[in-house]
Design a protein around this ligand. Structure first.
Ligand code: F0G
Length: 461
């Protein structure tokens, strides 16, 4: 369809949810009340919510109809067997263990695998994944290639892992101290960039050489597979489902937050081949999440996930989905807003330290931009920068900042239309005109873990 100039929605709307724009005065007062932390805003006071693409998807009529069919038996529900069948079809692993969301799946896996002084390598750990390793006193090591941190590099597949670094790392630590390697598809902490099939294969070979199992953090596997189809030679005639199956064939298991590419509002799972580890995970599951055939979810949720996973690999949907992200990135670029390039699968990442070049890193430019965006237009976005990942070095007493200072505009799946994207771009164009007046922030309260969720901030005058 060569005349298509923009990502037309491959659906029509059957139910709508009202959204309302607050007044500038209301927003100012709300910001003050929540300590300038947009995480703490009541959602009804947000006009366009780009905080996350997680659990925010619009379900389809078919998913809603599967929810009525949900079998709510405590044990052995039909919905579990449906869920298991679909996950086995896509992932190809033997055991399927439901959990209430991604981090619960990670916690189960790491509770079994991570002991004090062991290491988990990942391309880049997502924040909850890192926290789940560290709380077990393990060490979470990021081994992505340098390109991931270069927002201007024209390379494709910037989510890749550095295979040489992985090889050196495994040689140095030895398999006893590395219970598994993980690869996050797509790489959320680096611009939502995909990982190539060639890289997955190479990582798998290195893991096999050292006999270390390879797991996927598979939240956005369908978007990753779609990029492989678009960009990687040899995959153009394969379906996204076939590509996903090939990706997973190089690993030993996966954790997944179904709140992303399974197009549901809650859910997750671990899937793996190792029989004794699966047994251990199921025992842990019973203590915290529930019986192994529901794992913290209702039968209706399992049905919605099973249906959503198949809709998530649908190519018309993915063309629109990835197209929307690309379209917004283009609108922002046209308005002179610096963004991470090329755009990834689920979000546009604004380079906040460049956009607000007058603010030092100590004044958290991406945080300042999140506040300015809400103030200007009622849009909520997520800081992925100094507040989320910065820390004070215990030895030197100095602040250490992550390499990238980003404001993530995550696009919920099937929720916003093209005109919403134009509204977002216009808001940024307005901010660009007064960027020098945007002030920085200092932290006045922080929690010991994942401080960005609850931090209280103060504007630097
Ligand atoms: N792994 C990745 C790569 C993620 O992006 C997330 C969640 C998780 C694991 C944890 O899954 O939320 O279901 O427990 N990311 C969301 C986000 C929160 O906004 O990027 P969860």
């Amino acid at each position: 369809m060569s005349f298509k100039k923009f990502p037309v929605e491959p659906f029509k709307i059957k139910a709508v949810e009202k959204i309302k724009l607050t007044t500038p005065e209301e927003r100012e007062e709300l910001l003050r009340q929540v300590g300038y932390n947009v995480f703490a805003l009541p959602a009804e006071k947000v006009f366009i919510d780009l905080l996350t693409d997680s659990g925010t998807a619009a379900m389809s009529d078919r998913q809603w109809s599967r929810m009525i069919i949900g079998d709510e038996a405590y044990s052995g529900s039909q919905s579990f067997f449906h869920f298991e069948k679909v996950i086995r079809q896509i992932f190809g692993y033997k055991h399927v263990i439901p959990a209430h969301q991604g981090r619960a799946a990670e916690r189960l896996l790491f509770e079994a695998l991570v002991k004090e002084g062991t290491y988990i390598a990942n391309n880049i750990h997502f924040d909850t994944t890192r926290a789940n390793v560290e709380i077990r006193r393990g060490v979470a090591v990021d081994l992505s290639w340098d390109e991931a941190y270069d927002p201007d590099s024209p390379e494709l597949f910037k989510g890749n892992m550095d295979v040489n670094r992985l090889d050196n790392f495994l040689r140095e630590k030895g398999r006893e101290r590395v219970p598994c390697v993980m690869i996050t598809v797509t790489n959320n902490s680096a611009g939502g960039q995909p990982v190539s099939m060639a890289n997955i294969k190479a990582v798998s070979q290195v893991c096999r050489k050292y006999k270390v199992p390879l797991y996927f953090d598979a939240c956005r596997f369908a978007e990753n597979a779609y990029f492989i189809r678009q960009w990687e030679p040899g995959y153009q005639s394969k379906s996204v489902l076939e590509i996903a199956q090939e990706m997973f064939s190089y690993g030993d298991g996966a954790t997944m937050s179904a709140k992303k590419d399974a197009l549901v509002n809650i859910g997750g799972f671990v899937t793996l081949n190792d029989d004794s580890l699966a047994e251990e995970l199921k025992n842990l599951l019973i203590i915290s999440e529930g019986f192994p055939t529901y794992g913290g979810l209702a039968g209706r949720d399992l049905e919605a996930i099973a249906q959503g996973l198949m809709e998530g690999v649908d190519e018309d949907y993915l063309e629109y989905r990835v197209g929307q992200v690309n379209y917004l990135a283009q609108l922002l670029t046209d308005a002179g807003i610096p963004v991470y390039k090329p755009p990834g699968g689920h979000a546009v990442y604004v380079l906040a330290d460049r956009f607000l070049a007058h603010l030092p890193r100590e004044q958290y430019p991406a945080w300042a931009l999140s506040v300015a965006l809400y103030r200007e237009a009622g849009i909520r976005a997520c800081e992925i920068g100094g507040v989320m990942f910065g820390y004070r070095d215990q030895q030197t007493g100095k602040m250490v900042f992550p390499r990238l200072e980003l404001l993530r505009l995550a696009i919920p799946r099937r929720v916003y239309t093209l005109s919403h994207l134009h509204y977002i771009a216009e808001a940024f164009a307005c901010l660009a005109q007064k960027r020098e007046t945007i002030k920085g922030f200092r932290i006045v309260y922080q929690a010991p873990y994942l401080r960005h969720f609850t931090a209280k901030m103060e504007e630097v005058s």
